[in-house]
Design a protein around this ligand. Sequence first.
Ligand code: BGC
Length: 475
Amino acid sequence: MSAISSGVRTRNPFVRRAAILAGIGGFLFGYDTGVIGGALPLIASDFDWDTPFRKGVITSSLLLGAAVGAFLAGRLSDRLGRKRLILLTAATFVVGIIGASLAPEAISLVAFRVIIGLGVGSASVVVPLYIGEIAPPDIRGALVSLNQLAITIGILSSQLIAYFLTTTGQWRTMVALAAIPSVVLGLGMLRQPESPAWLVEQEREDEARQILGRVRERPEDVDAEIDEVQDVARQREGVNALFGSGVRPALVIGLGLAIIQQITGINTVIYFAPTLLEGAGLGEHAAIGGTVIVGAINVLLTIVAIKLLDRVGRRPLLLGGTAGMVVGLTVLAISFIGQGDAIDNTHAAIAIAALCLYVGSFAIGLGPVFWLLISEIYPLRVRGSAMSLAGVTNWLANFLIAISYLSILSAAGRPATFFGLAVITLLSFVFMQIKVPETKGRSLSEIEMDLRGGETYPSHAADDARTGPPAGTAV
Ligand code: BGC
């Protein structure tokens, strides 16, 4: 947190605006994905699309768009530049959001949600990338966690708005409100400089030097940084290098955690909690109220995690948090046993407490640690592509869970579904216990040596100086 505050408090206007843009990018990720929780029951009855599969399609259309958006952003950020891509992303958001909020029937709503998804996926890659390149090295790491905090604040805001609007049935307003931060993102970006790292790669060194002169406090940092970017550009390798034996252990961990973060079910709660609680007999308003509590716990424990990550380390939080998720899911499953459609008060209270334990445990471990580790475990020469691949995998896994969850829930029932998730989470714990290294306070080359079982890359020294993503993220 101290690093976050020092970063956000910087007096340099470009860096300060970059930090705010990072926050808006994360906020939109959270708001646009979370808003479906409160809106879905209203949309389903408005459009008469009330089957589990159709509700899954409405929810997951955005996630499919996000997977494509994250994939395209890798390439487009190299081709168009970061600034132009962020402007395009903001425009995509506005078109998708206005279209979705005016959609006359379900199919056009699904189509516009795919467009919003393109924006969400693209923002999830290009905003942190731009920030990593414009911010001084000492706040890059903090901004990774700031992004996760902004995601949870976005989710909570969407739940609060749903809570206040749900009795009026105004799902269109819930969706439309996201246009405001999108416009702010676009306008904020108009006054920002292009990324100096990208300009160096385009051989526009003079412009890069001018911009660096404005965003770095000490002039002597400018030459060193230009040399470093040129070095990185020389070392950077294509997507094939990702599958070479040297990078494989890190790739397995990154992709494994990307899938685990989703198949352990976090978004079944974030997107479907009102649907679940209503199905369990709570009234519409009370169900969304329960969801707001869950969202607030998500924000609070993310703040706790950010404070602890550099003190107790990543592994204890990841393992402890995942163990808490197993307990939460098991209790949730038990609370539904023998309960029909109308769950009694005691069991409903136990179910909500179990949901809170589960979400709080995710927020303290797997939520922030996944995004942090994928910025730490890859060698510099492939870091951009590897991070982008992990992002795309995360969105695809998210899509598959969201499209199938309600159908599984209605076929298998609540107890079996949550027991199933508890078993998957337990197996994920074993994977983490065996595979995931501690990265706290260690240099990137030490981490890499560990992952490769003793050998290291000769060219790795430059990595230790950097904490952020390299220039370029093409998958
Ligand atoms: C995940 C999202 C999830 C959010 C919940 C993020 O780390 O990637 O899928 O909705 O956490 O806080």
